[in-house]
Design a binder for this molecule. Sequence first.
Ligand code: FE2
Length: 323
Amino acid sequence: MISLGIEGTAHTLGVGIVSEEGVLSNVTDSYCSDGGIHPREAADHHANVIGSVMEKSFLESGIKKGDIDVISFSMGPGLGPCLRIVASAARSLSINLNVPVIGVNHCVAHVEIGRFTTGAKDPVTLYVSGGNTQILAYAEGKYRVFGETLDVGIGNMQDTFGRELGIGFPCGKQIDELASKGKNYLQLPYTIKGMDFSFSGLLTESIRKLKTNPQEDVVFSLMETAYSLVVEASERAMSHTEKNELLLTGGVASSRRLKEMCNTMCEERGASLFVPQPSLCRDNGAMIAYQGLLEHKNGKRMNIEDTIVKQKWRTDEVDVNWI
Ligand code: FE2
């Protein structure tokens, strides 16, 4: 079975093609701006590039349009205008090729492509990206949210702080480099409530500290604090669920320091850390294609009229019948 998936929840438009054996192609094109994501502009970007991205994806895979068995797309959660562009494209492709269409949950797709490509079996997942920061684990038919941000995603916080420093969006890589040069840890708010965490106070105080402290030290302290919050909550989720695997994914999973901290925590617990390759950690079409394949194989069918996008579709609203 061959599945084509279209991703477009935020700034990245991606088209991936996968078979049951592996990823055949995974092409992305991201919208960039100096002022964060403007949803309408990002949607226009997606509409402008989707044709060429799809063409490249077919070329890379060596697959012909007639070989596709199912079309899937990111139905949520995400930015409404962006979601509607990919939903329209998926519906028309499905009608055109006369194959089924499946709308999948973006966060669940991150977990499943991770399990598929790293060999993790039953992990606690730390999903860290611009818009999302969640700790997920499978329990009784659903991916339960064991902890999550109460305000912004960790990547979003990095980007907002990066703008204060004059760094263009997205700025995770440069923030990580700056942080590695910091030496002195400055006291910052460490906000964890139960298993949930908050970044807004941390962000505000870090911006204030920029007035009187070296930039590198502030960035270092900000990222040490933010990463510690999510690693602490992940460890508690692993302890509670008695799972011994951690899957680190999402765009922020490319952070060297975050990987290091996750690794230390896993080593101390005798657990294993799994991190998918970067192109499968950040938002991409292959994960959507794989999720569609998985759900189709397990009996999921959707009528076109049921493919309305869900901007606030929560991870724990998805019935998981494939585990
Ligand atoms: Fe994502």
